[in-house]
Write a protein that binds this ligand. Structure first.
Ligand code: NAD
Ligand code: UD1
Length: 309
C-alpha cells in the first residue's frame, strides 16, 4: 500500500486542485476522478504521480475503477453552486447524492476505509442566525444542494455503522482562494468580485450587502484535510470548518478596494431566493481536533495572494 494513491474526486476543481498540490508536496501519489464540468485539466500539475480519470461520480463503474487500489478517498466532486441546485434539482442530485452513494458502495466492495467528505454549512439553513453555529444546531436544508449534502452525511454514517467505513465529515463554510472559477454567475462571491474589480467591471450585490459569511482561505482548509487523512483515527461526528469570523459583503468590498486601490461601480439588486442571511462557524471542535495555521490567513492577505499581488 506504500505507493497506493489517494483518490480525490473533484480533484480538478478549486479546492481539489489545491489539495492535490499539498498531497504531492507531502510525497503522496494522487488519483483524480473528475468530469471536468467546472474543474479543468490545467488546474492539475504535470507530474507523473498524478493520474486523471475523466469520469462521472454518478456512474458506478467509473467510481469502482477509481476506488480500486486506493489508500483513502477525499470526496469533493459535486455541483458546488447552491443556486444551480435550485434551478436543476434532479441534475445536481446525480452528482451530489448518487455520487456519494456510488462511492460508499465502491469503497465497501474494495475494502477502502477512510473517506473525507465535503459537506457544507448550508445544512443548517437559517438556524444559526445571529450566533456562531455549532455542529448540534438543528439542520434545516433550504435547497436541494443542502438536502443532498445532509443526506450524503447520513449515507456515510450508515456505511460506517454497517460496513466499517471511516468517514470524516467536514462542513465547510465559505472557502476562497486561487483557482476558484469566476466564470459563472453561480461561482463563489469572492472569485466573482475580485475578477470584476480587477477588470474594472461593475459588481452586483444580491440584497443589501449586509449578509455575512465566514470566509476561510483554501490553503488553511487543505492543511486540515491532510491532517484528517493522516490521523490514525476517524473521529465520529461532523466538524465545522470556518474561522468563527463574520464578514459582510459590504466589508468584503471595502477589503477588495483596499487591496486593489479602488473599486468599480457597485449596484444592489434583489436578494437570491433561499439565500442564507448570516453564516458563522463555531469552530471549537475543529480547533480541538486539528491544527489551523496560527494565525490563519487573514482576509486581506488571502485576497492579495488570490489577486497575485
Ligand atoms: P468546484 O466546482 O471547483 O469543484 C468541484 C469539482 O467536482 C469540479 O472539478 C467538477 O468538475 C467536479 N465534478 C462536479 N460534478 C461531478 C461529477 N458528477 N462527477 C465527477 N466530477 C464532478 O467547487 P469547489 O468549491 O472546489 O467545491 C469542492 C467541494 O466542496 C464540493 O463538494 C462543494 O460542495 C464543497 N463545498 C465548497 C465550499 C466552497 O466555499 N467552495 C463550501 C462548502 C462545501
Ligand atoms: C457557498 C458555496 C457552497 C457552500 C456554502 C457553504 C460556492 C459557489 N458556493 O454558498 O458550495 O456549500 O458556501 O457556506 O462556492 N453574491 C452576490 N453577488 C454575486 C454572487 C454572490 O451578492 O455576484 C452573494 C450571494 O447572494 C450570497 C453571498 O454572495 O449572499 C455568497 O454567495 P456564494 O459565494 O454563492 O456562496 P453561498 O451561497 O454562501
Amino acid at each position: 500500500m506504500a505507493d497506493a494513491p489517494i483518490l480525490v474526486t473533484g480533484g480538478a476543481g478549486f479546492i481539489g486542485s489545491n489539495l492535490v498540490d499539498a498531497l504531492l508536496a507531502r510525497g503522496y501519489a494522487v488519483r483524480v476522478l473528475d468530469n471536468l464540468s467546472t474543474g479543468k485539466r490545467e488546474n492539475l500539475p504535470q507530474d507523473a504521480r498524478v493520474e486523471l480519470i475523466v469520469g462521472d461520480v454518478a456512474d458506478a463503474d467509473s467510481v469502482r475503477r477509481a476506488v480500486q487500489g486506493c489508500r483513502a478517498v477525499v470526496h469533493l466532486a459535486a455541483v458546488a453552486s447552491v443556486q444551480a441546485s435550485v434551478d436543476d434539482p434532479f441534475g445536481t442530485h446525480q452528482s451530489n447524492l448518487i455520487g456519494t452513494l456510488n462511492l460508499c458502495e465502491a469503497m465497501r466492495e474494495s475494502g477502502v476505509k477512510r473517506v473525507l467528505f465535503a459537506s457544507s454549512a448550508a445544512v443548517y439553513g437559517n438556524n444559526g442566525e445571529g450566533h456562531a453555529i455549532d455542529e448540534d444546531t438543528p439542520k434545516a436544508p433550504l435547497t436541494p444542494y443542502a438536502a443532498d449534502k445532509l443526506a450524503s452525511e447520513h449515507y456515510l454514517d450508515f456505511y460506517r455503522r454497517q460496513h466499517g467505513l471511516e468517514p470524516v465529515v467536514f462542513r465547510f463554510f465559505n472557502i476562497f482562494g486561487p483557482r476558484q472559477d469566476p466564470s459563472s454567475p453561480y461561482s463563489g462571491v469572492i472569485s466573482i468580485f475580485t475578477e470584476r474589480a480587477q477588470k474594472g467591471l461593475p459588481i452586483a450585490v444580491f440584497g443589501d450587502g449586509e449578509q455575512t459569511r465566514d470566509f476561510l482561505y483554501v490553503a488553511d482548509l487543505v492543511e486540515v484535510l491532510v491532517q484528517a487523512l493522516e490521523s490514525p483515527e476517524a473521529v465520529e461526528g461532523a466538524v465545522n470548518v470556518g474561522l468563527n469570523q463574520a464578514t459582510s459583503l459590504n466589508q468584503l468590498l471595502v477589503a477588495i478596494g483596499d487591496v486593489l486601490g479602488g473599486l468599480p461601480k457597485v449596484s444592489y439588486q434583489a436578494a437570491r431566493p433561499g439565500d442564507i442571511r448570516h453564516s458563522r462557524a463555531n469552530n471549537a471542535r475543529l480547533v480541538q481536533r486539528y491544527r489551523l495555521p496560527e494565525p490563519p490567513t487573514d482576509m486581506r492577505e488571502g485576497l492579495a495572494k488570490l489577486l497575485g499581488l
